[in-house]
Design a protein around this ligand. Structure first.
Ligand SMILES: Nc1ncnc2c1ncn2[C@@H]1O[C@H](COP(=O)(O)OP(=O)(O)OP(=O)(O)O)[C@@H](O)[C@H]1O
Length: 415
């Protein structure tokens, strides 16, 4: 399949038509530049239009010039282009932090310009390398299958990777024919990076990227089927009380006896929906399962969540120490909360925290520790309302999504 045909197939197939205005994330590397050229061919033969963004993470001085080069290429071809500048700091987990910040910036950009989907230039080579990297770490089904072709994130932004079945080498031909030299990121050749080391090892072994990518696709299909089944199960066994997820005692017992792995995955899915963090390590998962099996102590915290067993069952909710800072009124707070009501100057949304003592929370359905993590609407620092703690004022709250919906969406932990 040609790269342009791969784009057409994605729009006509998995994306299901429509999508008149889309976005493309172009780093200036060979794959995303080839994506840009192929997408332009596609757009010219359909009535679609698109816009391009390049993220400068603020980490390498050369990145400014690289972003300008992409801007110049777009200007020559009459394509709208934006540079999104971030200010990341060096330090631990740099690659993961850069990736998260990049997706967040691209997501905001796409929302602002009403672009859907945002196309990314991952190729078959990336799929093969990622699979081997993950096999090496001993991850399970869900981890091995984590490179979906398209998905919609919790904000409703759709992302797509049209080139997952296209070899990097085929893309280099497109660039050569167009007389374009990609920007060579020196880290792409640096064997200290695991991905580069694996790329070189695969070439030496002569392993076929196409075969590895096919295995990754089979695993993705299996993971999808399993997640659909888990989502159905989540609908049956979880009760959502405002924002808390409660696994009723009898269901917890039944699952522990008959399908303990489903119990583990359901609890992890609940943690991910509430806390929005990556899957906890195996030893932390064991701590969670041990607590659920024998909830002797008052509760545990894990992955940005608090887990407490009471008469009703296993209750999972946000950990107070992990609540994000206040945001301006009108924005989504802590990934899940929407607050509606009259706008006024100086209004913010943040965790209720110690102000809980100003509310009649005892009359509500949430325990104190959970109510403290629900939204407070404040004006210049003074509490106006805390709808989930019995002080609604003129405000209404809504919790976005559910564990089951998140499982069905299978939002990836990004590559
Ligand atoms: N700085 C960036 N600005 C815009 N998009 C980016 C950026 N970095 C990565 N992307 C997007 O994510 C995809 C995969 O990222 P990855 O880091 O594997 O690519 P790369 O080696 O930087 O460049 P390329 O994939 O273009 O050869 C890119 O193809 C591109 O669509």
């Amino acid at each position: 399949m040609t790269p342009a045909a791969a784009i057409a197939r994605l729009f006509d197939g998995p994306l299901g038509g429509g999508h008149r205005r889309f976005g493309i994330a172009v780093s200036g590397g060979g794959d995303s530049l080839a994506l840009l050229l192929s997408a332009q061919t596609h757009a010219q033969s359909t009535d679609r239009s698109f816009r391009v963004a390049t993220v400068d993470h603020g980490l390498r001085p050369e990145a400014v010039e690289e972003a300008r080069q992409v801007a110049a290429l777009c200007a020559e071809r009459g394509i709208a282009h934006d540079i999104l500048t971030l200010a990341l700091r060096d330090g631990p987990d740099l690659q993961a932090r850069a990736r998260q910040a990049r997706y967040a910036a691209l997501g905001e950009w796409a929302a602002q310009h009403h672009l859907s989907p945002v196309l990314l230039g991952h190729t078959q080579d990336d799929v093969a390398e990622s699979l081997v990297m993950r096999l090496r770490r001993g991850v399970g089904l869900e981890g091995l299958a984590e490179m979906p072709e398209c998905w919609t994130d919790a904000r409703g932004q759709t992302w797509a990777r049209p080139f997952l079945s296209i070899a990097r080498l085929a893309l280099r031909d497109i660039l050569a024919r167009a007389g374009i030299t990609p920007i060579e990121d020196p880290s792409n050749e640096d064997s200290r990076f695991e991905r580069v080391e694996i790329r070189k090892a695969l070439a030496m072994l002569g392993w076929s990227d196409a075969h590895l990518a096919r295995s990754a696709r089979h695993l993705a299909e299996a993971a999808q089927a399993y997640n659909t089944r888990l989502a159905d199960l989540a609908e049956d066994v979880f009760v959502t009380t405002v924002s808390d997820v409660v696994l009723q005692t009898e269901h917890a017992r039944e699952l522990a006896a008959s399908e303990p792995d489903s119990l583990r995955r359901l609890l992890l899915a609940a943690l991910a929906w509430i806390g929005g963090r990556a899957t906890p390590r195996a030893d932390e998962q064991k701590r969670l399962l041990d607590y659920v099996a024998d909830p002797a102590t008052g509760g545990i915290t894990l992955a940005g969540c608090r887990i407490m067993c009471d008469a009703a069952g296993v209750r999972l909710f946000r950990e107070e120490a992990d609540c994000p800072p206040e945001v301006k009124f009108g924005k989504v707070w802590d990934r899940r909360w929407l607050v509606e009501g009259p706008v006024a100057p100086g209004l913010t949304i943040g965790a209720l925290g110690r102000d809980i003592d100003q509310t009649p929370w005892r009359g509500g359905v949430l325990p104190r520790a959970s109510a403290m993590t629900t939204p407070a609407i404040r004006q210049d620092g003074s509490l106006l309302a805390a709808p989930a703690a019995g002080l609604p004022g003129a405000y209404r709250i809504k919790v976005e999504g559910s564990v089951a919906a998140a499982l069905r969406r299978r939002e990836p932990i990004f590559n």
